[in-house]
Design a binder for this molecule. Structure first.
Ligand code: HEC
Length: 327
C-alpha cells in the first residue's frame, strides 16, 4: 500500500485532511481556527513534524531490513514490487471476498449442462457485496418499522413543521443582521448615540438646506413640532424620506441616494429633535400626530391618505415658498 501512494503525496494529503477536519469541527467564527486558537496551530505543527519523523524512521528501517536480506529474498522483493496492484495477493483476496467469482480455470465446476448453439451458462453465486447490501436493507427496514410505526416516531408532517419553524427563526436572525432589509413595516426607532450621530451627519449634509440644521424648517416644514403633514412616527417618517413628499413639493425620494439603514438613522435623528423648539421655527403645518404604541395597520394607512387631502391647503403655502426659493 505504501508503495502505491508516494511519500510526497501521502504527507501533504494526510496533513490537508487533518487541517480541514480541524476547521470543520472547531467553531471559530469568521476567522480560521488556526488563527483564532494558537493551540490549533501548535497541534498542526506537531502533527506535521511527527508525520515527517515517522516517514524518515520507516524509510531508514526499510533500508536496514533490505541490507540484511539474502540474495534470494532480495529477488523475491523485487518481483513483488514490480507487480501492479491488481496482481497483489491482498487485492485478489479482497476481490474474492466481494465477488466470490470462480477463476476461469475452475469454471467447468459450475457450468450448466445446457448449451444453446454454443452459448453456455455459468451458475455463479450471487455476488456477496450485493447480498450484504440486501441484508442491510432488511435490518434497516425492521428498525424503521419499530421506530416509526410501532413506537410512533415523528411523522413527515411534524418533521416538516419543525424545519419550517427553524427556517423562520433563521430568517429572523438574518434580518436582524442585514440592516438594509429594513422596510416601512419593520423599521424601528433607533436610540443609540452612534446611530443618532450618523443620522445627524446625514441630516446636515443632505437635509439641512431645506429643513435647517436645527430642524426648524425653511423650504421644508418644521420637523421639531408635533405637527406632521405626511404623518409622524418612525414608520411614516421613514416612508416619507424613502419615497419623498407629495409631487411638486420639493421633498424628493431618498431611496436612490441613501441606503435603507441610513434612512432609518436619519429618521431616528429627525424624531429625536421632537420638542426641541428651535428659535424662529417655521409655523406648524399638518396635523398633530399621536403616537400609537401599535404599528399602524393598513386601515390607518388609508386614513393617512385622507389626511393628505385635508392638509393640501397648508402644503400649498410650502409650494409657494419653494417657488420663491427657486427663483
Ligand atoms: C429640496 C428641499 C428638501 C430637502 C433637501 C429635504 N427635504 Fe424634507 N421636505 C421638503 C418639503 C418641501 C417637504 C414637504 C413635503 C410635502 O408637503 O409633501 C418635506 C417633508 C419632509 C418630511 C415630512 C414632514 C411632515 O410634516 O410630514 C420629513 C420627515 C422630511 N422632509 C425629512 C427630510 C430628510 C431626512 C431629508 C434629508 C435626507 C430631507 N427631508 C431633505 C423639502 C426638502
Amino acid at each position: 500500500m505504501r508503495k502505491i501512494i508516494p511519500v510526497y503525496v501521502r504527507v501533504p494529503v494526510l496533513f490537508a485532511l487533518v487541517f480541514m477536519a480541524m476547521e470543520y469541527f472547531i467553531d471559530s467564527g469568521e476567522k480560521p481556527a488556526f488563527i483564532e486558537y494558537p493551540m490549533v496551530s501548535v497541534f498542526l505543527f506537531v502533527f506535521l513534524f511527527t508525520q515527517i519523523a515517522i516517514e524518515i524512521v520507516i524509510s531508514a528501517m526499510d533500508k536496514i531490513t533490505y541490507a540484511i536480506l539474502t540474495e534470494e529474498q532480495k529477488k523475491q522483493l523485487a518481483e513483488t514490487e514490480a507487480m501492479g496492484i491488481t496482481e497483489t495477493a491482498w487485492y485478489k483476496k479482497l476481490k474474492g471476498f466481494f465477488t466470490k467469482s470462480k477463476p476461469i480455470e475452475e469454471e467447468d465446476t459450475i457450468i450448466l449442462d445446457h448449451d444453446y448453439d454454443g452459448i453456455k451458462e455459468l451458475d455463479n453465486v450471487l455476488p456477496p457485496w450485493w447480498v450484504y447490501l440486501f441484508y442491510i436493507t432488511i435490518i434497516f427496514s425492521v428498525i424503521y418499522l419499530v421506530r416509526f410505526h410501532i413506537y410512533g416516531g415523528y411523522t413527515q408532517e411534524e418533521e416538516f413543521q419543525k424545519e419550517m419553524a427553524e427556517a423562520k427563526i433563521a430568517v429572523e436572525e438574518y434580518k436582524k443582521t442585514a440592516k438594509d432589509l429594513v422596510s416601512a413595516e419593520t423599521v424601528t426607532l433607533l436610540t443609540e448615540s452612534g446611530d443618532l450621530a450618523s443620522g445627524k451627519e446625514i441630516f446636515n449634509t443632505n437635509c439641512a438646506a431645506c429643513h435647517r440644521a436645527d430642524g426648524g424648517g425653511g423650504i421644508g416644514p418644521n420637523l421639531t413640532d408635533a405637527y406632521w403633514i405626511l404623518g409622524g412616527g418612525i414608520k411614516n417618517v421613514f416612508t416619507t424620506i424613502m419615497e419623498g413628499g407629495r409631487d411638486g413639493k420639493g421633498m424628493v425620494a431618498w431611496n436612490g441616494t441613501l441606503k435603507p439603514s441610513e434612512i432609518q438613522q436619519v429618521s431616528s435623528y429627525v424624531l429625536s429633535m421632537q420638542g426641541t423648539n428651535p428659535p424662529d421655527a417655521k409655523a406648524a403645518e399638518g396635523e398633530i400626530w399621536q403616537d400609537e404604541t401599535e404599528a399602524p395597520t393598513t386601515e390607518e394607512g388609508a386614513e393617512n391618505a385622507d389626511d393628505k387631502d385635508a392638509t393640501e391647503e397648508t402644503a400649498a403655502d410650502t409650494e409657494e415658498e419653494l417657488q420663491v426659493a427657486q427663483n
